[in-house]
Design a protein around this ligand. Structure first.
Ligand code: ADP
Ligand code: ADP
Ligand code: MG
Length: 666
């Protein structure tokens, strides 16, 4: 086996590769840019080499710098992770040509053949793989686009041949949209990939995204490690994945696995790779593309098969044969993955940057019946910069059934604490509890259909709200008892003070009584009682409780007279008063929540790519105001209240700094 390798990547994937290397006694070398001097992957590796400024172009994407770092540190091979140079044919070619340096990935010709959607579809068709109905040629003109779209039948999808990461795709339902989509897809492809070739295929409505993981060695042995379902997508990018898929039956799984291998064979593939399919409601499946690298969501496959994909990539690159036949590959239990992003789910998922003032993961654990796995690239006190992908961690759960795996995921999400930046945990939590997702029937249209105007703090059910209120009272009482003990005021005369409370949450006011028997009972004014046990002590930011026997975790933050509690997709301020305080507070003026902003300020450094409104327009909540390119993503800035646009201060093409005024409202 290799003695020493370099990881040409950063973040969670660099850390993940280092973990397996360490287990196999392989020494590791990390590379880092100016922005990553203190990054976790640098801390974890045995050695590290500085490769340049923060800009990825001059560091993680610079082939000469990576090769130089490899030679300088005397490694035998390079693992590219995903993104960056992982699907760069030239990089693989240079390494393959170097005598003493191995590329831990597929052969360059396979990267090239599969890197282009037009070319890969042609190869797939020849190999007997079913592809999405469409035209496998580049579209040259508006007339050409209309002719092809009419032949295929609407709706159609216009796609960039060099596309990736959900970019350069447009759906068209009629001729006008075809012309518009053709031009905008071409433009986006040109600026994102420097290659403006586009093609048109049938748009499959309400499909599922299901992909097959394969492994192959250098001696022509191939296996498929079953499927992952990645239908929960936002702007064609995956955010929740699972394995197996709740939608596949055994014969479809086998047919997809065999087609995936046929395609891999056709391009002389070795290493780990993924063949992506789109599956319609009748379980017809169509090839989309092949990703010639380790995939972000590979952990769910590892959890159900027990196979470490990075270890396999090392072994294959080193020239070993696959150590197991297809018949040894099984499916054990059910795995879920949530991608945790530094972004604000309540503001159109805008990337968020800054220092992680608090970062506590649910503990990694693995037993016979369940597992929680966290793949991360950050730590408390570290920063999220604007330079790279805003994904900060992947949280996976594994249990014997889908239902149990979802429950475990929900609990693990509750235990994840991230402060200092915004993150999408409330959104992930909401999806995990959504009836359509839970039923296993969600398609790629799920987010658009269920959250058409965006995501807002969720209302809790009546029962959940009561549980949160009860938790707040119990915590508040703990604080009151402690204060009374300190000031020596604890006496039976004051018992009422800690037993009778008024709770205000979400405009609901309830009187509650606390009864202390063996456990605590919270009795609401309509006589509903909840049996509570609490391990919370003042100062803790996570409150673990059992309520009527159910374990629950709340994120809590003390506020005047109560707590701000985050639970699942909800974020509530709960006030707790003694009966006397409550009487007095009735006479206090109610403070209005003033959120109306008169300006749209730039939330992060970036480039304005389009302005979607005109001066004088009336905009609705959730309406797109403009789009910005920042942190390698297109971000849509949306109206947070109904307003009339008074002036527009920025133009497409402007590069703005944080808090620059983009537009003003009346
Ligand atoms: P995967 O197929 O491995 O799940 P995706 O399809 O989400 O990965 O992304 C495709 C590629 O784009 C990956 O190589 C990933 O590193 C990169 N990528 C994903 N999300 C982003 C992002 N927000 N910004 C930049 N690159 C991204
Ligand atoms: P990328 O290289 O950006 O990952 P893909 O071709 O893999 O592009 O497509 C990304 C996502 O876009 C798919 O997972 C699917 O949700 C959607 N998509 C792509 N092609 C189609 C299609 N023909 N019909 C419906 N949805 C599609
Ligand atoms: Mg894809």
């Amino acid at each position: 086996m290799f003695k020493k390798i370099l990881i040409a990547n950063r973040g969670e994937i660099a850390c993940r590769v280092i973990k397996t290397a360490r287990r196999m006694n392989i020494e590791t070398v990390a590379v880092y840019s100016d922005a990553d001097q203190d990054a976790l992957h640098v801390r974890m590796a045995d050695e590290s080499v500085h490769i340049g400024p923060a800009s990825a172009q001059e560091s993680y994407l610079s082939i000469p710098k990576i090769i130089e770092a490899a030679k300088q540190s005397d490694v035998q091979a390079i693992h590219p992770g995903y993104g960056f140079l992982s699907e760069n044919k030239e990089f693989a070619e240079i390494l393959t040509a170097e005598k003493d340096l191995e590329f831990i990935g597929p052969p360059p010709q396979a990267i090239e053949a599969m890197g282009d959607k037009i070319a890969s579809k042609k190869i797939a068709a020849v190999a007997g793989v079913t592809t999405v109905p469409g035209d496998r040629n580049e579209i040259e003109s508006d007339e050409d686009a209309i002719r092809v779209a009419n032949e295929i039948g609407y709706p159609v999808m216009i796609k960039a041949s060099a596309g990736g990461g959900g970019k350069g795709m447009r759906i068209a339902w009629d001729e006008a949209q075809v012309i518009e989509g053709f031009q905008s897809s071409k433009n986006e492809a040109k600026s994102a990939f420097g290659d403006d070739r586009v093609f048109i295929e049938k748009f499959i409505t309400g499909p599922r995204h299901i992909e097959i993981q394969i492994l192959a060695d250098k001696y022509g042995n191939f296996v498929y490690l079953n499927e992952r379902e990645c239908s929960i997508q936002r702007r064609n990018q995956k955010i929740i994945e699972e394995a197996p898929s709740p939608f596949l039956d055994e014969s479809t799984r086998k047919a997809m696995g065999e087609q995936a291998i046929r395609l891999a064979k056709a391009v002389g593939y070795y290493s780990a790779g993924t063949v992506e399919f789109i599956v319609d409601s009748e379980r017809n499946f169509y090839f989309l593309e092949m990703n010639t690298r380790l995939q972000v969501e590979h952990p769910v496959t590892e959890l159900i098969t027990g196979i470490d994909l990075v270890e396999q990539m090392f072994r294959i690159a080193h020239g070993e044969r696959l150590g197991f036949p297809q018949s040894d590959v099984g499916i054990s239990g059910w795995a879920m993955e949530s991608r945790i992003y530094a972004e604000n789910p309540y503001r159109g998922f805008l990337p968020s940057t800054g220092r992680l003032t608090r970062y506590t993961e649910p503990p990694d654990r693995r037993s016979q019946s369940e597992a929680v796995r966290v793949d991360t690239g950050v730590y408390e006190g570290g920063t999220i910069s604007v330079h790279y992908d805003p994904m900060i961690a992947k949280l996976c759960s594994w249990a014997e059934s889908r239902e149990k795996s979802i429950a475990l995921m929900r609990n693990a999400l509750d235990c994840f604490e991230i402060d200092g930046i915004s993150c999408n945990i409330p959104f992930l939590s909401t999806v995990m509890g959504h009836p359509e997702f839970v039923s296993g029937e969600a398609t790629t249209a799920f987010i658009e259909e269920q959250f058409p105007t965006g995501f807002y703090p969720q209302d809790l059910s009546q029962d959940e709200l009561r549980q949160v209120m009860a938790a707040a009272v119990v915590m508040h009482r703990t604080v009151a008892i402690r204060a009374a003990k300190i000031s020596g005021q604890m006496s039976s005369r004051n018992q009422r003070m800690i037993d009778d409370w008024v709770v205000v949450a979400d405009k609901k006011v309830c009187r509650v009584k606390i009864e202390e028997l063996n456990d605590l009972r919270v009795r609401f004014d309509d006589d509903q009682t909840l049996a509570m046990t609490s391990e919370w002590t003042p100062g803790q930011s996570l409150a673990h409780m059992t309520i009527d026997g159910e374990s629950m975790v709340f994120k809590v933050h003390p506020i005047t007279n109560g707590f701000r509690i985050r639970y699942r997709g909800a974020d509530l301020e709960i006030q707790v008063w003694t009966s006397r305080q409550a009487e007095m507070s009735r006479h206090m003026p109610v403070k209005e929540n003033v959120t109306a902003q008169s300006k749209l300020l730039c939330p992060m450094p970036g480039l304005i790519s389009s302005i979607n409104i005109n001066v004088g327009d009336s905009v609705e909540i959730g309406q797109a105001l403009c789009t910005m390119e920042a942190m390698k993503m297109e971000n849509i800035l949306k109206a947070e209240r109904p307003a009339v646009v008074k002036s527009v201060k920025a133009q497409p093409g402007d590069i703005l700094a944080v808090d620059d005024v983009i537009m003003e409202f009346e």
